[in-house]
Design a protein around this ligand. Structure first.
Ligand SMILES: *Cc1c(COP(=O)(O)O)cnc(C)c1O
Length: 399
């Protein structure tokens, strides 16, 4: 058995590294979830969460992984047989589509090549053609974690508005919330789905729905069977600082601390830090002579970079070598990208030297795994990190 010393490098795009502050905050006795101390904490968390989603409306917290919050978004608003429109951005949009299908939702998918984000133009064309308003929701993944492509959510909103279509707008921000600029209210999103283990720097186990008034109104006509996921019961219980069932008390301690950390740094600084680390990562990839999988520079993900390995080489073999030699986990290629790409996570609790350690591990791993590449990736990344260049904000930020 190989004994590794020092810290494991967890550079997958979620779960991300959990800060010691968050770990310490969770390492506390579990308290009575119906007692006054818990209620006071719950009120604070439910209120402070809103600033992260950038909403004035309710945020519902589930003791579940992100997939649970996908299901919750659907069962609270739709009815069996309802039609929805989704765009194939990668593996996560595909999984959300499959989940919707199992709940008897009729999903129309705009096919994609996984190298581009959701096309607002194509969404608009489908909505304009839907004269009867059969489409009840447009569902988009903000940051496609499987490909490193971030869709322009404000442009999708504008497309829905131009088509004058009443469909609900649902967005999966499981890997973008707390890392990439996002505005639930200002971007006119009806249901925002989020999870704890990526930008929010928590262990897996919490997920979220931020909901608009229009989404809340849709619960009145929705005929999906729902019990555990029902928004109304949770919102009612939250008024007294509790949940209809046992909440994940210790994860909530962690959430309180994680929100405090994001607020201390300032969300704008958090977003800028992610853009900078992503830019340095891409500089390294280019210097190695490898290809960034995302095809549109305006859609580069600030959270993860998927890197194509040259034809005839196996990205998973490279990942295995990197894990064995340097105790670093990199993201695998999912579904049709298996063996073709590896993904570098640069999100959450992260800094310049953690990035340089990560990129050094990649560069040495490329050597040891015999993946053809040029030297100089680290120098290129350091130039970006040393530079005073302001990394341009994503288009979504200014839309
Ligand atoms: C991680 C992820 C999911 C899945 O979340 P789980 O917590 O594994 O259920 C869904 N969508 C995106 C974009 C993700 O990154």
């Amino acid at each position: 058995m190989v004994v590794h010393t020092g810290r494991h490098f967890l550079q997958i795009p979620g779960p991300s590294n959990v800060p010691d502050r968050v770990l310490r905050a969770m390492d506390m006795p579990t308290i009575d979830h119906r007692g006054p101390e818990f209620a006071e904490m719950a009120f604070g968390i439910l209120e402070n969460c809103k600033a992260i989603f950038r909403t004035k409306g309710p945020v519902i917290i589930y003791p579940a992984s992100g997939t649970g919050a996908w299901e919750a978004a659907i069962v609270n608003t739709l009815s069996p047989g309802d039609k929805v429109l989704m765009t194939e951005t990668g593996q996560f949009s595909t999984l959300w589509k499959n989940l919707a299908g199992r709940l008897q939702v009729d999903v129309e998918v705009i096919p994609g090549d996984w190298r581009h984000g959701a096309s607002a133009t194509e969404i608009e064309a489908r909505l304009v053609a839907d004269k009867q308003h059969a489409i009840k929701a447009v569902m988009v993944v903000h940051n496609e974690t499987s490909t490193g492509v971030t869709s322009h959510i404000p442009e999708v909103r504008k497309a829905i508005d131009r088509a004058k279509h009443p469909a609900l707008f649902m967005v999966d921000t499981i890997s973008s919330l707390g890392s990439i600029v996002y505005e639930h209210d200002a971007w006119g999103v009806d249901v925002t789905v989020a999870g704890s283990q990526k930008g929010l720097m928590l262990p897996p186990g919490l997920s979220f729905n931020a909901v608009s008034d229009k989404a809340l109104a849709a619960t009145k006509t929705s005929k999906m069977p729902r019990a555990y996921w029902g928004w109304s019961e949770i919102i009612e219980a939250n008024k007294a600082g509790s949940w209809p069932y046992t909440p994940a008390t210790n994860l909530l301690y962690g959430l309180k601390e994680a929100i405090a950390m994001l607020q201390e740094e300032g969300l704008d600084n958090v977003f800028a830090r992610h853009l900078r680390h992503a830019a340095a990562t891409r500089a390294a990839v280019r210097a190695w002579g490898l290809e960034v999988f995302c095809a549109d520079p305006s859609e580069y993900s600030a959270v993860t970079t998927a890197v194509l390995v040259p034809e005839g080489h196996d990205a998973d073999h490279f990942r295995k070598v990197t894990l064995e030699h340097f105790d670093m986990s990199l993201g695998t290629g999912l579904a049709k990208l298996k063996g073709k790409v590896f993904r570098i996570g640069h999100l959450g609790h992260f800094n310049d030297l953690m990035l340089m350690g990560t990129l050094a591990g990649v560069e040495m791993g490329l050597d040891l795994a015999g993946i053809p590449h040029k030297a100089g990736g680290l120098l290129a990344a350091m130039d970006v990190l040393k530079g005073k260049d302001v990394v341009p904000m994503q288009r979504s930020a200014v839309a």
